[in-house]
Design a binder for this molecule. Structure first.
Ligand code: ZN
Length: 358
């Protein structure tokens, strides 16, 4: 079926108490991994592309890959979502290229670095909502800033966060200190204020709201398994109490599994000790209004580990299919696991039968 808007999928998720993983893509193998996992588990899916991904892949390639997915898997509802649009223009160009959902991240100015005022955020987001809704496209907004962006820039761990930036290799401000554990006091000032969240939703009419609860993008989220001090799941509960009809979005929600870290290290990769967001915390969020969960790092790690393994064990191979196939298989496993844990598995057919997607 044609690509579907985020709103219909999340409304169904809310009614049936499940969450939907939003996986980032920039190439064919990643899209194939997600679609195969969706087919196997009967899951509706959100496939998202950041500005960095759009510039890496080019919009035309991306659009046609997504259309191919919709054509090859007519039984799976697929949302094509712009991740972290930095300006109304970015969102409008995504809509022009067939995205069925856009995120207007007005928590930062257009440079995607400078924290923006509440009024600026309301204005740009409301503008995007107006134009997007007129075309049946859904909108995600953000209130509060992910991570703790006022800390010193991170030491170089490589361009792990290039995904989110406008150009490959450019850093995204949300990730300015992604190696640092968000410190309770420093980070708190950037966390979503429930009062502001309420006013923001009323003023903009967004379909989904990204909230800052202490997660950050990239692999280096926490130095130890996160406690309620650094990962404020209680804030999700409070926001959901106040905005029971708004779909909440968790960014930076890879779990950074130890097994994947071990594979990367075993085959020559370098990764410092790190902890992500435990799946059980995400499941707790899903009980309290979280409907969209952004997962990128786990997929990257799965693919990289698989490729490293082929290179290390069979250094004579040079056909890209020999390592892209296991990489695709490894990403599919992560997608399968998240689809099952978040509860979206089994819901593609139910959503199709619900009549919501007409
Ligand atoms: Zn994000």
């Amino acid at each position: 079926m044609p690509l579907v808007p985020l709103r219909s999928v999340l409304d169904h998720a809310a009614e049936n108490n499940y969450g939907v993983a939003a996986f980032n893509v920039n190439n064919m193998e990643q899209i194939q991994a997600i679609m195969e996992a969706a087919k196997e588990t009967d899951s509706p899916v959100i496939v998202q592309a950041s500005r960095g991904a759009r510039s890496y892949s080019q919009d035309n390639y991306l659009r046609h890959l997504m259309l191919a997915a919709a054509e090859l898997y007519p039984e799976i509802p697929v949302v094509m979502h712009q991740d972290h649009g930095n300006s109304p223009e970015t969102c409008f160009s995504a809509i022009k290229y067939g995205f069925t959902s856009v995120m207007m991240d007005g928590s930062l100015m257009e440079d995607a670095k400078t924290p923006a005022s509440f009024d600026y955020n309301v204005k740009v987001t409301a503008d995007v909502v107006k134009a997007a809704h007129a075309k049946g496209v859904s909108v995600e907004g953000e209130i509060g800033c992910l991570g703790s962006i006022d800390h010193a820039p991170a030491k170089d761990h490589g361009p792990v966060d290039a995904e989110l930036a406008g150009e490959p290799g450019e850093r995204h401000s949300h990730d300015a200190d992604l190696e640092q554990e968000p410190e309770p006091e420093g980070a708190m000032s950037h966390l979503t204020d429930p009062d502001e969240a309420e006013r923001f939703v009323a003023a903009t009419g967004v379909d989904a709201l990204a909230v800052a609860i202490g997660t950050s993008h990239g692999a280096y989220k926490f130095k130890k398994k996160p406690t309620g001090e650094v990962l404020k799941m209680s804030l999700i509960e409070e926001i959901h109490r106040r905005l029971p009809n708004t779909h909440l979005v968790m960014h930076g929600s890879s779990s950074v599994p130890e097994e994947l870290q071990d594979i990367i290290r075993k085959f020559g990769g370098k990764m410092g000790e790190t902890y992500g967001v435990p799946v059980e915390e995400i499941q707790r969020g899903i009980k309290h209004g979280v409907r969209k969960i952004n997962v990128d790092t786990d997929c990257r790690m799965a693919m990289t580990g698989a490729i490293r393994k082929v290179f290390a064990e069979t250094p004579d191979k040079f056909d890209p299919r020999e390592y892209l196939k296991p990489a695709r298989e490894a990403m599919k496993k992560i997608c399968l696991a998240r689809m099952i844990s978040f509860g979206q598995a089994g819901n593609a057919s139910k959503l199709m039968a619900s009549g919501r997607l007409k």
